[in-house]
Design a protein around this ligand. Sequence first.
Ligand SMILES: [Zn+2]
Length: 292
Amino acid sequence: MDEQLLETGRAELRRHKDTYHLDFSIADLAPTLCTLASVPLPSSCCATPIACVVDQASHLMGGVGKAEKLLVFCPDAIGEHQRQLYPEQLARVKRLAGFEIKSAGVMPSVTPVCFGSIFSGASPEVHGIKEYARPILTIETVFDTFPEAGRKACIISRDQCSMDMIFRRRNVDYLAFNSDERAFRATELAMELGDYDLIVSYMMDYDELAHHTGIDSPDAAAQVALASDRFERLCALADSLWKARNRVVVYAPDHGQHAIDDHHGGHGMNLPEDMIVNHYYRVCGKNSQIDN
Ligand SMILES: [Zn+2]
């Protein structure tokens, strides 16, 4: 990878962090996952592993890079603004996880652009998705580096959504369904029956309902609660199924969403509501459990 392009990418991520006075970028997720699991970073990575998460993991796991099982739950559009709207629900996530990493997004703050950065560590200028479009990413992502390192991965999502489309043609399993409910059940089954080392599980419905009924409508609110319920369930399942493994469970949304009017939400702009998101990391050493 061209060093000058990487510097452009680092500057792009830094610009968004500076705008919102934040220390972290959503793109830090890719190098953090790789570092936790001793997998090489994607070659176009412009982001930085999150030191406090890596340090805590190495403390609990008896060394750097010893995470064996990783699960990333991705609820679309539940950002910092949603944390402010639904404090109890996101407090549940924080209690389970321990780490709440407030992070700057990338522009435009739409799903394929953001997940492109989250799972490659590259800025949009570097990964190439710079508008709402869903081409297959050609740069390296965690879905390249994990399989190359012999670690089995899968992406579980809604059929034909960004998560299902932009990371195709990798040596990972793609499980795509016509509802969040089915995708979530498949996630539980993949944990129980699969031998995956990295599972990424996507949830669409808060974003969908917030767009069409408002970011704080009863239907949208129910989805935020459901996302917390699902994260809680996945943490419990990880603790029981992967009890003897060093494990990491992450709650990682792509962007937030702002109110357009009482019945419509939107995102894609360089606004705090769209651009500031929290990534929650739960790191557990084998045969241990963090206190909740
Ligand atoms: Zn959306």
